[in-house]
Design a protein around this ligand. Structure first.
Ligand code: FAD
Length: 609
């Protein structure tokens, strides 16, 4: 019989990115004993990759900015499919969460008069992103980690959670294993916060780190939690497409915020021709006006390069499809000819060093070749907008794994502040729930033993499939059939591929010992990745329109009949996933006026924002 070690916590947080660490701090503040589990090391979560900054309407650069403008921008970017209550909570609280980070030691860039500096980003009406050069995520994690460690978190590093444990319909802990040793660990907990990040790794080209295999979505769904909006995946417009050593790596929107422009192979700045109807009048119509805006002229309008990500990604794809792309299927992003080398090195130091080191490319001298890369998932585990509770008692979710805030598309910079606003709320609510659980709860040993046996199957299956080959097939087919542009025939074909991959994922073979065995890790990852890929494809098939991050070749326009519908993915007891269309919660009139204000002038005149 396999042995395992037991750890007891009031609150178990799965994930040590921004959301997980902020949740852990909040739960400890409520007096809970907190354990944090991470697949990698503390300080290494995917959040460290975040570059551009965190959005919060602090009004440090433009005093006209406030939560109502941020509220409107976020809903507009999200195609109005966002959960309005989450957006309200988020936009009101984000400035406090940024200031709190500063009190805990985060060293933000400064305005000349010494306040936290804020930069421009796509879809934001005003400069709104608090930032630390282009290393904002790193500073966020450093600050939260220092604080959490001081407060006394118990960290389990290089530990993967394989399954959540339940008792009578309630989550009571999780089963995991230490990646280094292969030892199994049982975490008994009165409440669990999922903060496992995104799912970019189900696609072949992605900016996401190796940890982002979408585990949390599947873990939650497998115990009966609803998922929401899974069709909405953001393909960031500016991932490197060349040279191969940097393929998929993100070029932060900060490059465009600092004056970088997109050009096609004919040298034309094509974004002026790609402003959608709903944004007409809000963006500069000449190069000269765009530059004036970048230099702080308040009478000018924003450069069209700062349109939302879906719009920019599709504009690049259009140039490529019409034969004006760069040699490797992208477009040129040029900051070299727009700003002096010293300025670029000062404002975008990581971009400069990273591409110099990894690709031998000097962005102060040459343009970058960029194209869409899978970047972020708007959908996720469905949560209560105030507490982040899922529909399964004892289970909470925060950060990228949770859905609802971003609707059909996320604005850049709206994730880092999401992590701290909702990480805190999740941690507080989970600790409160845990404190109320006075009756003894059970971890069912038979359940634990069954999951351990299941996890070890690949070692006892000499004729099974190679998990690496399966993973490659999954990622390539998701990229081709459920990527940036979708259509019914390909999505249906992908469902069949996934049904086949699902069977094969439960019939893999691995050799060697359990101590740091990447084949075994891949075999177990595959089981969860197939689950979540199916949810994405089902939701994408159901939405017969194009909106935000979901673009259908066979339904290229938004369809009003889908305008107020969220897709919920629900799992039945036999494991079948179904899509349920649910109307959006009604927005109160006062907020509707804010959300639907025609422009900033109307917003200011009619609702005093
Ligand atoms: P993550 O930081 O992804 O952390 C997830 C944690 O869960 C990790 O510790 C991981 O090990 C753990 N985990 C996962 N599965 C398991 C499991 N089965 N068992 C145990 N542990 C598990 N957003 C912005 O707002 N501004 C930006 O400037 C910005 N820049 C970005 C730049 C890049 C290159 C990328 C890729 C993203 C960027 N984003 C940005 C998005 C943002 O970084 C992410 O959405 C955010 O960091 C996600 O944080 P998280 O806490 O939800 O999860």
């Amino acid at each position: 019989m396999e042995s395992y070690t037991i750890h007891d916590y009031d609150v178990l947080v799965i994930g040590a990115g921004g959301a997980g660490l902020r949740a852990a701090i909040a739960a400890i503040e409520q007096g809970a004993k907190v354990g944090v589990v991470t697949k990698s090391l503390l300080g290494k979560a995917h959040t460290v990759m975040a570059e551009g900054g965190m959005a919060a309407a602090m009004g440090n650069v433009r005093p006209e900015d406030n939560w109502k403008v941020h509220f409107r921008d976020t809903l507009k970017g999200g195609g109005m499919l966002n959960n309005w209550k989450m957006v309200e909570n988020y936009t009101k609280e984000a400035p406090d969460r940024v200031r709190e980070l500063e009190q805990w030691g985060a060293v933000f860039d400064r305005t000349p008069d010494g306040r936290i500096n804020q930069r421009n980003f796509g879809g934001h009406s005003y400069p709104r992103l608090a930032h630390v050069g282009d290393r904002t995520g790193l500073e966020l994690i450093r600050t939260l980690q220092d604080h959490a460690v001081k407060m006394g978190i118990h960290a389990h590093m290089e530990t993967t959670i394989y399954r959540l444990l339940t008792d009578a319909g309630r989550v009571v802990g999780a089963l995991g294993f230490n990646r280094q040793t292969g030892e199994f660990l049982v975490f008994r907990a009165k409440a669990v916060v999922l903060a496992t990040g995104g799912l970019g790794r189900i696609y072949q080209i992605t900016s996401n780190s190796w940890e982002c295999t979408g585990d949390g979505f599947s873990l939650a769904s497998m115990v009966g939690a609803d998922l929401i909006d899974m069709e909405f995946i953001q393909f960031h417009p500016t991932g490197m497409v060349w040279p191969p050593s940097v393929m998929g790596i993100l070029v932060t929107e900060g490059v465009r915020g600092e004056g970088g422009v997109l050009k096609n192979s004919e040298g034309k700045r094509f974004m002026f021709d790609n402003v959608p109807e709903r944004y007409k009048g809000e963006f500069a119509e000449t190069e000269e006006e765009a530059e004036r805006w970048l230099q702080g002229d308040r009478s000018a309008r924003r450069p069209p390069e700062l349109l939302t990500r879906d719009v920019v990604a599709r504009a690049i794809r259009k140039e490529v499809n019409e034969g004006r792309g760069s040699p490797h299927g992208g477009a040129y992003l040029d900051i070299a000819s727009r700003r002096p080398a010293d300025y670029i090195k000062k404002k975008l130091p990581s971009m400069y060093h990273q591409f110099m080191k990894l690709g031998n490319l000097d962005i102060t001298k040459e343009p970058m070749e960029v194209g869409p890369t899978c970047h972020y998932v708007m959908g996720g585990v469905r949560v209560d907008p105030d507490t982040q509770a899922t529909n399964v008692p004892g289970l909470y979710a925060a950060g990228e794994v949770a859905g609802g805030l971003h609707g059909a598309n996320r604005l850049g910079g709206n994730s880092l502040s999401d992590l701290v606003v909702f990480g805190r709320r999740a941690g507080m609510a989970a600790a409160e729930f845990a404190a109320k659980q006075t009756a003894p709860y059970q971890v069912d040993e038979a359940q634990v033993r069954a999951y351990i046996a299941e996890a070890l199957e690949p070692f006892n299956n000499p004729h099974g499939e190679n998990p690496f080959a399966l993973m490659k097939e999954l990622r390539a087919t998701m990229q081709k059939n459920a990527g940036i542009m979708r259509e019914e025939s390909e999505l249906k074909a992908q469902l069949e591929i996934l049904a086949n991959l699902r069977k094969r994922a439960w019939n893999t073979s691995v050799s060697g010992s359990r101590a740091y065995n990447p084949g075994w890790h891949t075999a177990l990852d595959m089981r969860l990745m197939v689950e979540i890929s199916e949810a994405v494809v089902l939701a994408a098939l159901a939405r017969k329109e194009s909106r935000g991050g979901h673009a259908r070749l066979d339904y290229p326009d938004p369809d009003p009949s889908f305008a107020r519908i969220n897709h919920i993915i629900r799992r039945s007891s036999d494991g079948t996933l179904t899509v349920v269309a649910e109307p959006l919660p009604e927005m109160p009139d006062e907020l509707r006026k804010v959300a639907e204000a025609k422009d900033l002038k109307e917003l200011s005149e009619k609702v005093g924002a």
